[in-house]
Design a protein. Structure first.
Length: 289
């Protein structure tokens, strides 16, 4: 829940920035079939803050039940939703509202909303932007889930104690790898930069003793594989340790939209459809530890 809430916060800020909608809010699940609104941008009251939305109730509850986006252009008079939450919505003055559920592995994990204070139809580009933002959020959560599950399997009572310790060491290696690449982009000295990048390459291939044909892998040169640009690999290295686009952007000194562009380019080169697939493919190619 804590991790989900942090990811929702970043997604709310991203949606507000990309669409220019005056009010954007959302929240993660707070129990079975219940959503708590915790993140808001552009609100003028606290009427929606902390509101618990039940599945099937209101616009967000309907989105949760259907598992797809829903929207209305005149909330108080919409005949397609229940009106359990009319009072707090009215106090905030919201009329045109879209709600997009966050669905990971067929389970709703949260809802993002965008709203206007006028009874206007939301433009297609706004709906599309909301859906794309949620898709990015879903992939962020899926990557985090995969990492948590892998670590949990290693820490299962049936696993050897050395396995859990090894997993913890590899998480540290991956964090150091990302930090080295980030530092390399901040130094002006070309020799120091080259040494930092070389160190990151050595870490990337440290868990691959042999190549596909059984030859020892050299640690002083880039491994064979898809030709990712330095920035694409920088972004992917932070994605691999569970960073959201916003977090990677902050650490690399880039805009979130720029990070998204680099990530999509890397995914295309790696023949991947999701962030998780891209990270897995990069590790198999020896591009990431």
């Amino acid at each position: 829940m804590g991790d989900d809430a942090g990811a929702v916060r970043s997604a709310v800020l991203s949606l507000h920035r990309t669409t220019g909608l005056p009010v954007v809010f959302g929240g993660a699940l707070a129990g079975q079939e219940r959503l708590r609104i915790t993140e808001m941008v552009g609100n003028t009251t606290d009427s929606l803050s902390g509101l618990v939305v039940r599945q099937g109730s209101g616009l967000g509850g309907k989105a949760m039940a259907l598992g797809r986006p829903v929207w209305v252009s005149d909330y108080p008079h919409a005949a397609t939703i229940s009106h359990d939450y009319d009072a707090p919505v009215s106090r905030e003055g919201l009329l045109s509202v879209v709600a997009v559920p966050v669905v990971v592995r067929r389970r709703v994990r949260g809802v993002l909303y965008g709203a206007l204070r006028e009874p206007l139809s939301l433009a297609d580009r706004v709906i599309t932007a909301a859906v794309e933002t949620v898709r990015d959020l879903e992939q962020d959560l899926a990557v985090r889930d995969e990492a948590d599950e892998a670590l949990a399997r290693l820490q299962h009572p049936g696993a050897a104690a050395s396995g859990a310790a090894s997993a913890a060491r590899w998480e540290e290696v991956r964090a150091v790898h990302a930090e080295l690449r980030g530092l390399a982009e901040q130094v002006a000295d070309p020799e120091v930069k080259a040494r930092l990048l070389e160190a990151s390459i050595r870490l990337a291939v440290a868990n691959q003793d042999d190549d596909a044909e059984g030859r020892p892998v050299r640690c002083d040169e880039p491994p064979p594989g898809p030709a990712l640009s330095p920035r694409e690999l920088d972004v992917l290295s932070y994605v691999a340790i569970g960073c959201t686009n916003a977090e990677a952007a902050q650490r690399l000194g880039l805009l979130p939209e720029t990070v998204k562009s680099y990530l999509r380019s890397a995914m295309r080169k790696l023949g991947s459809h999701t962030r998780l697939e891209a990270v897995t493919a990069a590790r198999r190619a020896g591009l990431l530890p």
